[in-house]
Design a protein around this ligand. Structure first.
Ligand code: SF4
Length: 59
């Protein structure tokens, strides 16, 4: 399951930028996993995990 520990997200915008199929910015300024994408096997998820500056994305 692709997950974001949203409490720790600093809203940098990187994950939706490198992996727009799976991540989006929510109204509160933090990232979320798009509806229906929690089981995504898209390789861009790995890039988003690697690049998150506060390491709050996991799968
Ligand atoms: S890359 Fe990390 S800190 Fe940046 S928006 Fe995504 S989850 Fe938040």
């Amino acid at each position: 399951m692709v997950k974001i520990n949203r409490q720790g997200c600093i809203g940098c915008g990187n994950c939706p930028s490198v992996c727009p199929e799976v991540f989006e910015m929510a109204d509160d300024g933090k990232a979320s996993v798009k509806k229906g994408q929690a089981k995504s096997a898209n390789p861009c998820v790995d890039k988003a995990i690697e690049e998150c500056p506060v390491n709050v994305i996991s799968k």
